[in-house]
Design a protein around this ligand. Structure first.
Ligand SMILES: *Cc1c(COP(=O)(O)O)cnc(C)c1O
Length: 224
């Protein structure tokens, strides 16, 4: 595994996908997902210039954050209310907010003096019971709640559609998320982040308007 060359290849794919979609490659940022990876791999990504990292599990995340405290840390895992304090204290972003109670806890637990916690609402538009996230109506209501909480900064939507290998199916699933994103913006909700796309489908996500892709396997290799 060569993290530096994998990172170069992923950045080149992002660049090519953005250009193919008629978009500015600078409008798509890359989150390196350290799930089930050794700390040495994250260090190699940092050394290769990667600055934003995503984590799914707190017990893995905390040692990674301690190793690379200057990185920008994004939580992308399932939300558990009893873990919200650590999220509010240690992360810059949480992508997986899907209920009012969690949003209120993160707001209350954000340390005084810290910048607002950046929040994406996780949406689940294909009723996948294996995933968290809310439907379109609930996302719209939750966006209004989050936008009113002083220690949170509503940034956008995040989604993990059902895994598909056909590009047309991937595009259709991402297009539904994009449609909701546009609808919220059209009614004045100030969103600037569409967090969609992983190793297998980043091209389809960028074609649909992703502003942030979350990549694990294609940077770090298979999970241990
Ligand atoms: C694991 C994970 C990723 C990265 O997936 P890869 O297919 O390894 O790139 C992205 N987002 C979420 C929410 C994940 O759980």
């Amino acid at each position: 595994m060569n993290v530096a060359s994998n990172l170069r290849a992923v950045r080149a794919r992002i660049h090519a996908a953005a250009v193919a979609a008629g978009r500015d490659p600078a409008d798509v940022s890359l989150l390196a997902v350290g799930k089930a990876q050794p700390a040495i791999a994250l260090q190699a990504a940092w050394d290769a210039g990667q600055r934003a990292f995503g984590e799914n599990y707190l017990q893995e995340a905390v040692p990674h954050i301690d190793l690379l405290p200057a990185a920008e840390w994004h939580f992308i895992g399932r939300m558990q209310a009893n873990k919200s304090r650590t999220l509010a204290e240690r992360f810059a972003w949480v992508h997986t907010v899907d209920r009012v109670r969690i949003a209120q806890r993160l707001d209350a637990q954000r340390p005084t003096g810290a910048p607002p916690l950046n929040v994406c609402i996780q949406v689940n538009l294909d009723d996948d019971p294996a995933k968290g996230g809310v439907d379109a109506d609930a996302a719209s209501a939750l966006a209004d709640v989050v936008a009113g909480l002083p220690n949170l900064r509503l940034r956008g939507l995040m989604s993990v559609p059902r895994a598909r290998t056909d590009a047309a199916g991937q595009r259709a699933a991402f297009a539904a998320v994009r449609q909701l994103y546009d609808a919220l913006r059209d009614r004045g909700v100030p969103l600037d982040t569409l967090s969609i796309g992983m190793s297998a489908d980043l091209e389809a996500a960028i074609a649909a308007g992703a502003t942030l892709v979350r990549i694990g396997t294609d940077i770090f290799g298979p999970r241990r």
